[in-house]
Write a protein that binds this ligand. Sequence first.
Ligand SMILES: C[S@@+](CC[C@H](N)C(=O)[O-])C[C@H]1O[C@@H](n2cnc3c(N)ncnc32)[C@H](O)[C@@H]1O
Length: 354
Amino acid sequence: MTLRNRLSADPRIKHNVVYQLLQPSLWQRLAVQAPSYLRSRLAGYPQTREALAASEWMRQWWYYSIELMEDCVTEGIYPAETPFLPRMLLANAELEGMECLDVGSMEGVIPTLMSRKGARRVVATDAIYHCYRKLLAVQHYHHVRFAFRQIGTLHHVARKLGADLGKGFDLINLSGLLYHVYSPFHVLAGVRPALREGGLMIVSTNIVEDPGCIMEFNAHGRFQEEANTFWYLSAPMLDYMLRYFCLEPIDWHYYRHPAETPRRTGGLSIVCRAVEDAGMARDDPWALASRDKSWEYITAMGPPALGRLPGSTIRYTAPQGPLPADWTDRLLERQVERAQGNAQSHTLRLTDDD
Ligand SMILES: C[S@@+](CC[C@H](N)C(=O)[O-])C[C@H]1O[C@@H](n2cnc3c(N)ncnc32)[C@H](O)[C@@H]1O
């Protein structure tokens, strides 16, 4: 019996392998990360367009379209006109000298942009090493350097990164993740302690258009057939969740999906400022009490850092807010219907200057 047949005959074997791969561990760093890194440093990369075009790099599956050498662009999954909202919002953040974290980086478009914008330290992450070799190649061809950390599932991300030990980040990008998890609240709670007071978090996810504070489940794949997709929050729910974790929305973009699902959906990207006590919580004794007393809050946030994180001075050049709670009724005011050029898309060119 071939290995493939054995795996399909008994899914427990496959599940055990995947389970182990999703555990960030020293052995994976030694067995997977270190050899890939050394190989990238020692063996190098194709040096001419012809060699690159004929190489395995251009034949692999890519998530993003990335120019590796002039006019040698990988074929990503997104049409050129699909806007990449977090990239558009990131363009307004002044990153010179800042420390940035990207959660779920795939081949590293966002960490590359963060580095090119002058960030002092950039940490890319992903659940497993599935895109690590491509991420190293992108760094090589784009002349940037940033760290990579495997984080497994998205629980307690701050703790896994050691951010609770007192350093933290000025800007965190959390995009394309909250619909991939059973509990968006747990994920946001686990990332939030890594953000410095005054820092920025860009949160992007799919939403269902609904005026209530709701989340709808992707039952029977009715929003997306993709098997790793669970919750679509409404915009008011997302706003409430952000404020609950002391993230005050200051800007957004919205991309309304074509009307192909039973309910109208879209992609929403929001920039928030980390504040001690967002407006909502001050006027909402329930939220204050919940943050003070609930076992969920205390355990999902992880043990409080012994020292306070340093504050952040990061600037955002185009704030629309602090946004009043009713901004979610006006999503279409900042609707992006199609990407106007690379800097709004999932395509990264060597000469892009966003
Ligand atoms: C849709 S991609 C988004 C990539 C990137 N953040 C962006 O916005 O373009 C989802 C990312 O999250 C990771 N991911 C998906 N499901 C996950 C899960 N359940 N736990 C941890 N990471 C997950 C994937 O490996 C990938 O990096």
